[in-house]
Ligand binder design. Structure first.
Ligand SMILES: [Zn+2]
Length: 418
């Protein structure tokens, strides 16, 4: 038996996220049904977790002079956070539009006037690959400081063939240059670019299907589309996802963010891994999705977005959970509707505005978030065989995590055992 290379011990609580079903995301009562070990330890060999348990079951024979010891007395130990919905790579920022929004203009008004996503598209097209990489690395360092150990990164601010492929390339490159793992998603269908304004959404997705997706094989596992007024209508979204699925891509959708167009149900019926935003998804539709997909499709809820857009409608998370729909939480980090990387704040707002309990919120930003990007087999919980991605927090219980509103509770971040 190898001696432990890392031992985190004496934790007030180890939030294992283990003990529930392992063949599907946590749903209903399982979302809060996982095991907390009081006065516990987590042991790793190299980049893998090998043992988790109470201190009185620790195998002292596997501690050697080479074992790195972390004392977690008084602290919570938990899996690294998984950010399952971000727009990591972009040029510029939209502080000027923040001021317009504060004066009363809506998100869709600003988009229709050529601002919003399109203003970031202009800045992103104008940026060099080196600048985009530098920005992405800066943001990844920020995520790491918040305890995020895996980040999904969507393209979507290029909207032409070369820039979209560049954004995926930059995301992958950024993942190789620092410890936080980056999982790219292709969101070429974010909005219709100015070049296709006359030809329309169908012509633009035909272009992507014809000219871009074949070059993304092996570069991005998922394609995503923004199904919304001012972006892509339901029928075009369905066509695009069906075709992408035939080409072997996993599916995601931005839907029911500002209106109920039926995008979530449509995508779930096609086997989408996640349906994201869901602020206008009804509890009845959530129940149908949970039943039709046998609990495999995850609803990714983004509570900082309605907060930042000054919108009163938040996804009815409590009803989703009670109707058996698996839910995850993420920031939606992006320059327009959520310039925050503070996923802890998103957990607090999910408790305050969506009816989550602290335990549910933690599960939604770890194990269920890992399910939402197809990585539940290797991260999101503290169980033997999983990646040694874990956090030591300066709080003593799970309830304290969303309680210290806006604070970063992270004391130590371990990624891949380091
Ligand atoms: Zn998004």
């Amino acid at each position: 038996m190898h001696s432990y290379t890392l031992l985190i011990q004496h934790a007030a609580q180890v939030l294992t996220l283990a003990g529930g079903p392992t063949d599907r995301p946590l749903a209903g009562p399982d979302l809060a049904g996982w095991t907390i070990i009081e006065w516990g330890y987590v042991a790793c060999v190299d980049d893998k977790i090998v043992a988790v348990g109470p201190m009185d079951e620790l195998d002292l024979a596997r501690i050697s002079p080479e074992t790195r010891l972390i004392d977690a007395t008084g602290c919570v130990v938990m899996p690294g956070l998984v950010e399952c919905h971000t727009h990591l790579v972009f040029g510029g920022n939209r502080a000027h539009e923040f001021e317009r929004k504060l004066r009363g203009e809506s998100y869709l008004d600003i988009l229709a006037s050529g601002g919003g996503i399109l203003s970031t598209v202009r800045a992103t097209r104008a940026a060099s690959e080196a600048e985009l990489l530098e920005n992405a690395l800066h943001h990844l360092a920020g995520f790491q400081a918040y305890g995020v150990t895996t980040v999904e990164a969507k393209s979507g601010y290029g909207l032409d063939r070369d820039t979209e492929l560049r954004l995926v390339r930059v995301a992958r490159q950024a993942g190789r240059q620092q410890p936080v793992r980056v999982v790219p998603t292709f969101l070429g269908a974010h909005v219709v670019p100015p070049e296709f304004k006359a030809a329309g959404p169908q012509a633009y997705v035909d272009f992507i299907l014809r000219e871009v997706l074949s070059d993304l094989k092996g570069e991005a596992a998922y394609v995503d589309i923004f199904c919304e007024q001012g972006a892509f209508p339901l029928d075009v979204s369905r066509y695009y996802l069906e075709q992408a699925h035939k080409m072997g891509f996993g599916l995601k959708i931005h839907a029911e963010q500002l209106h109920d167009l039926g995008g979530c149900e449509m995508a779930a019926a096609l086997g989408a891994t996640s349906v994201d935003h869901c602020d206008y998804l009804t509890p009845a539709a959530a129940r149908r999705i949970a039943q039709q997909t046998q609990g495999q499709t995850v609803a990714v809820l983004l509570p900082l977005v309605p907060l930042f857009l000054r919108q009163s409608q938040y996804a009815p998370g409590r009803e989703f959970i009670d109707n058996g729909l698996p839910v995850a939480l993420s920031t939606d980090f992006n320059p327009g509707s959520c310039p925050s990387k503070n996923l802890w704040l998103a957990l607090s707002v999910a408790c305050l505005k969506m009816g989550f309990t602290p335990k549910e919120a933690v599960a939604a930003a770890t194990l269920n978030a890992a399910w939402a990007i197809g990585h539940a087999a290797d991260c999101g919980s503290l169980a033997p065989g999983k990646r040694a991605d874990l956090l030591v927090l300066n709080v003593g219980s799970v309830a304290e995590i969303p309680y210290w509103l806006g604070e970063n509770p992270v004391r130590e971040v371990v990624i891949g055992g380091l």
